[in-house]
Design a protein around this ligand. Structure first.
Ligand SMILES: [Zn+2]
Length: 446
């Protein structure tokens, strides 16, 4: 089956190739960028008139379960540590129905915003959420999004000097055993994998040093990536100095994580020397601008980290600190925050599109995604410009970012349409919303 996505208003390929008349997709791959007419006979035409065509967006950091505590009254107007302490007791009551409802909601929002590949960092486990990652894997498969699910963990409870209550931490043995089970059940290392697993101890203030080291050893034994939160706040710097006698990057090196199979969420409070060390080691960073602004954490030095050699992706982060899962809006937030921090010429709309596509592909070491070219996987997003917010826009690509696109008109993942006419294919969104609202109410009222 060959589909010609025909005559978009503009195409951003993410490389130096052009596709003025669109692209041709066969099965799950792009087979041609079209200049005049397709060189091959096509079976089907998708009319892309008045739409902008992009590579599918790649989300590098999220906590799907947090969609259940958006705009949560007790957590408003707080910085990270106080915000977490307000929410941990609520999250401790999660169950697998709540995981299913929140994962479905987050993935639906992501797809509708043009996202075709996402990660999730689930780290709250209790007796009622032992199968959380299995549930997420099932939902991702049903919705047809490409996913890198991380087996998160917390092992340093309050009684041992950590931040989370003891109720939500697990023993290292339990964590490592379940991590290994998930890798063997779900991790696919092929180029067109729809599902991969990574290991993700939550943060220096919620995990023991031994678990950081053991997780790295286990990940490397199986060839999966490592993920954690790092250098998000000054409170975390102070915690690391007090608890370990060193700054977060020194701690990262001490536990064997200063390496190119690691991606960090946030990466804000680094000095110049640390930026060079991270770049030289190839440690990747997911920039999470909305969350960083809401929690007043600071801003990631994206241009300097990129120049030093770190792959930089973009993440919406958990919905309790964003509080939405919209990748196109996040891309605009990165554009605004990086310009405010580093100047108008330091970060263009192309740079914002790049971190949301190729940056994510590099971060996840996925050569098949993140750009439009013959041979790449058919992960694409289209945005309709027939909306008042784009009226009068001179440059349609710049207009997407500057005028605030937020709703994809069509999204294809691995050659399958998942969004058509600005709606999810074969998903009853009202039902998704009703299930999610009832799961949220149940969680708050336990
Ligand atoms: Zn996070």
């Amino acid at each position: 089956m060959k589909t010609w996505i025909k005559d978009p208003t503009a195409v951003w390929t993410g490389n130096d190739q052009t596709a003025p008349r669109g692209i041709v997709v066969e099965d799950n791959r792009i087979i041609e960028l079209v200049s005049e007419d397709p060189k091959t006979d096509v079976d089907e035409i998708f009319d892309a008139t008045d739409q902008v065509l992009l590579p599918g967006l790649i989300n590098c950091h999220h906590h799907f379960y947090q969609t259940l505590t958006r705009a949560f009254p007790d957590a408003l107007d707080k910085e990270l540590f106080e915000w977490l302490v307000s929410l941990y007791p609520i999250w401790a009551n999660l169950d697998e129905d709540a995981i299913r409802a929140s994962t479905t909601t987050a993935l639906s929002e992501l797809l509708l915003s043009g996202c075709t590949t996402t990660t999730d960092h689930h780290y709250v486990f209790s007796e009622s959420t032992g199968q959380a990652i299995d549930v997420q894997a099932d939902v991702a498969k049903q919705l047809g999004i490409r996913a890198i699910l991380t087996r998160g963990s917390m092992s340093l409870g309050k009684s041992s000097g950590g931040l989370p209550p003891d109720k939500v931490v697990q023993s290292p043995d339990e964590i490592l055993r379940d991590s290994e089970r998930l890798i063997s059940a779900y991790h696919d290392d092929s180029e067109d994998a729809m599902l991969q697993i990574a290991l993700a101890p939550c943060s220096p203030f919620s995990v023991t040093t031994e678990l950081m080291k053991d997780s790295a050893e286990l990940a490397r034994k199986h060839g999966v990536q490592l993920h954690t939160h790092l250098a998000e706040t000054l409170d975390e710097n102070e915690f690391c100095m007090e608890m370990f006698g060193m700054r977060p990057v020194d701690y990262l090196e001490d536990v064997g994580w200063l390496a190119d199979d690691v991606w960090l969420a946030h990466g804000i409070h680094f000095n110049d020397d640390e930026i060079q060390r991270l770049g030289k080691a190839g440690v990747a960073v997911s920039h999470c601008p909305s969350s960083n602004m809401i929690l007043a954490s600071g801003s990631c030095p994206v241009p300097a980290l990129g120049a030093a050699g770190s792959p930089i992706g973009l993440g919406v982060d958990g919905s309790a600190s964003n509080d939405c899962s919209n990748m196109m809006q996040e891309l605009r937030q990165a554009f605004l925050l990086q310009r405010l921090a580093h100047g108008a010429s330091a970060f263009s709309h192309h740079d914002a599109l790049r971190v949301a596509t190729q940056g994510g592909a590099q971060l996840f070491k996925r050569s098949g995604i993140g750009e439009l070219a013959a041979g790449k996987l058919a992960d694409v997003a289209l945005f309709d410009l027939n909306d008042l917010r784009f009226s009068g826009a001179g440059d349609p690509i710049a207009g997407l970012v500057l005028c605030g696109a937020h709703q994809a008109s069509a999204v294809m993942v691995n050659g399958q349409w998942r969004v058509r006419n600005s709606a999810l294919v074969d998903v009853d969104l009202e039902r998704v919303r009703a299930d999610h609202i009832s799961a949220a109410h149940k969680l708050w009222n336990v």
